[in-house]
Design a protein around this ligand. Structure first.
Ligand code: SF4
Length: 267
């Protein structure tokens, strides 16, 4: 674990590096990548490319998710970054919501913001990420996104050897439930559990708790960065269901459900 001053210095250095560059050397001249965008590659990499080319339209699911995350911030107090760093380094228990995370892996700057992180003794012990969906199990992109937040904490210099992450999956109807904000303290009190269930007014929140495994995240990240560095073309999903609900289903050349007729030019 590095000291407070070095940790802040490292953070601001990366902020400067991102803001002073006109354009980056990654695909689409990206200067830095967001954790959420990298995680989407595990849903459909082709869609990541289409979002960059055509612009991402906000879906009702995304709007609901945004609203829900804003509700989770209710009654929280905004503090300066230095103040947050000082309270973490004091060793006292602290659980910041939407803490900015920034790290550099193989020359690529990656930024993210986890829903909540519980620090104790100056180290992160639990990282929380909420998903509001009717499907009550986490998918690969959810695990990867949350693991990548943990990896950023590692790159920022914190001791992540005891870090676990909790994926909180709740139906969209539960997004206004005040009980959601009590989930971090509920999980922290039961550090050995791998799966917990919390009854909310409009359904249950299922909580999946996993240990952060740095090697697995690095392997997955290296695969994902192959797209950004131009080593390989984007890989489309093989699942028809994803194309059925995709906003690009009629323009994407890899779409499994495209209905647009293609003109055949006779020789
Ligand atoms: S249509 Fe299918 S393959 Fe194309 S971007 Fe959408 S989900 Fe991916």
């Amino acid at each position: 674990m590095i000291g407070l001053k070095d940790s802040l210095k490292r953070f601001y250095q990366l902020v400067r590096e991102t803001t002073t560059k006109e354009e980056g050397s990654l695909r689409f001249k990206a200067k830095a990548l967001a954790v959420s965008e990298i995680a989407q590659q595990y849903y459909c990499e082709k869609k990541v490319e289409m979002n960059r080319i055509h612009g991402e339209k906000e879906t009702s699911e995304m709007r609901l998710g945004k609203e829900a995350h804003e509700l989770l911030l209710k009654d929280t107090v905004k503090i300066k970054l230095e103040e947050l760093w000082r309270s973490i380094y004091s060793g006292k228990p602290v659980c910041p919501r939407e803490m900015p995370l920034l790290g550099k892996h193989n020359g690529v700057i990656i930024a993210g913001m986890a829903d909540a992180i519980f620090f104790y003794g100056g180290s992160p012990l639990f990282l929380f990420e909420h998903k509001f969906t009717s499907k009550q199990i986490p998918f690969k992109d959810h695990h990867f996104q949350t693991g990548l937040y943990c990896y950023l904490l590692h790159l920022m210099g914190w001791d992540t050897s005891r870090l676990k992450y909790a994926l909180v999956i709740a139906p969209p109807a539960c997004r206004e439930d005040n009980g959601l904000r009590r989930i971090p303290s509920y999980v922290i009190q039961q550090p050995k559990e791998e799966k917990l269930k919390v009854r909310l007014q409009a359904g249950n929140a299922n909580i999946y708790i996993n240990r952060f495994e740095v090697k697995r995240v690095i392997d997955d990240l290296n695969w994902a960065l192959g797209f950004w560095t131009g080593e390989r073309s984007p890989i489309p999903t093989k699942k028809t269901g994803k194309c059925v609900t995709c906003q690009f289903r009629e323009v994407c050349e890899s779409s499994l459900v495209r209905t647009v007729s293609r003109t055949v030019i006779e020789p």
